[in-house]
Design a protein around this ligand. Structure first.
Ligand code: ADP
Length: 334
């Protein structure tokens, strides 16, 4: 599967902690299991922090044993719970978190989460002498420095399961469906789902929607008999209700599309085999990176290999949707 780096053991740890933060994603559990089992195999004590940064501030830490992560590799969500903690954006508050870790004899922290969580992780590394490692856990796959994120593959498959079912009814009733998938700032999920579902059109935040053109395309395919039904995948974008507005606009152009918002089902469910291997590998390797003396990095994937990326660049740069992939999604239905 992945090429693993050769890392020398250069330091040791008294204890490390692991937390999951921000939007949960399928695969966080195998990632936690990877961290816990790798640490224990190296004789390091591990604490599981409950409810992300909120639980860290509250000192809600539990000693993890090998049994704590038994029978979780296949479970969606996160046994550690996740949370959003607005106050963590304040430096004085993060200082309290550092004190909690130190007072428990913890000298390293692994943070599993998205962009926001990794920003918090980077700041903790900058503001303390703790060793901090981030792992990309998000269904959006929008993290700079890694080709893949924990949960993306499962979310694509969950959306496909739903779309395959919607296509049956779309076809029976000769209708077009606008299916909204997650993706506030990025169209990775929508583009992958669009290609895999054979969608008639994909709408993503990165590119403007030409609604008249879409309306023409739908009526043309109806007129020529090429497609009286079909799926248009829409990334939710920043604008709440975008998909309903698009449906209204298409109605004014004479089309009668139905709307289906997939919503939170995309975050849940058993992690796919791919995500289990990814999460387990990244989780275990985060401990090897710690032992090799690394800190303030994210462990991710590049060219099929496990790599380290400075957290500073992970949060500074934006991962762009490959325009060629997006073009492909549009081309394939023509
Ligand atoms: P995700 O990690 O999935 O992107 P969020 O953006 O909601 O989710 O971030 C999760 C948590 O990470 C926030 O609730 C907050 O505790 C922390 N966080 C986000 N942005 C920052 C920031 N700029 N500084 C410090 N902590 C942050």
């Amino acid at each position: 599967m992945y090429t693993l780096p050769d890392l020398e053991v250069l330091r040791d740890f008294n204890a490390i902690a692991v937390l999951t933060s921000g939007g949960d994603s399928p695969g966080m559990n195998p990632a936690v299991r990877g961290v816990v089992r790798a640490a224990l195999n190296n004789g390091i004590q591990v604490y599981g922090v409950q409810r992300g940064y909120s639980g860290l501030l509250a000192g809600d830490l539990r000693v993890m044993t090998s049994a704590s992560v038994r029978n979780i590799v296949q479970r969606g969500g996160t046994i550690l719970k996740s949370d959003r903690c607005e106050e963590f954006k304040q430096k004085e508050v993060r200082k309290r978190a550092i004190e909690v870790l130190k007072s428990n004899g913890i000298d390293a922290l692994v943070v599993i989460g998205g962009d926001g969580s990794l920003t918090g992780a980077h700041l903790l590394a900058e503001e303390s002498d703790l060793a901090i490692i981030g792992l990309p856990g998000t269904i959006d796959n929008d993290i700079f420095g890694t080709e893949d994120t924990i949960g993306f593959d499962t979310a694509v498959n969950t959306a496909l399961d739903a779309i395959d079912k919607i296509r049956d009814t779309a076809s029976s009733h000769e209708r077009h469906f606008l299916v909204e998938v997650m993706g506030r700032n990025s169209g990775f999920l929508a583009t992958h789902v669009g290609i895999a579902a054979g969608a008639e059109m994909v709408i993503v935040p990165e590119y403007e929607v030409h609604i008249e053109q879409l309306g023409q395309q739908l009526s043309e395919s109806r007129r020529t008999g090429k497609g009286s039904s079909g799926i248009i995948v829409v990334a939710e974008g920043q604008e709440p209700g975008l998909t309903y507005r698009l449906a209204q606009q298409l109605k004014q152009l004479g089309e009668e599309p139905r709307v289906c918002i997939l919503g939170h089902i995309q975050r849940g469910g058993r992690p796919s085999g791919h995500d289990r291997v990814l999460a387990s590998s990244l989780g275990a390797m985060s401990v090897n990176y710690l032992l090799a003396g690394y800190s303030d990095i994210m462990v991710g994937i590049a060219d099929g290999a496990i790599v380290d990326v400075p957290l500073d660049s992970v949060i500074r740069y934006r991962k762009g949707l490959d325009p060629k992939l997006f073009e492909l999604a549009l081309l394939l239905h023509k």
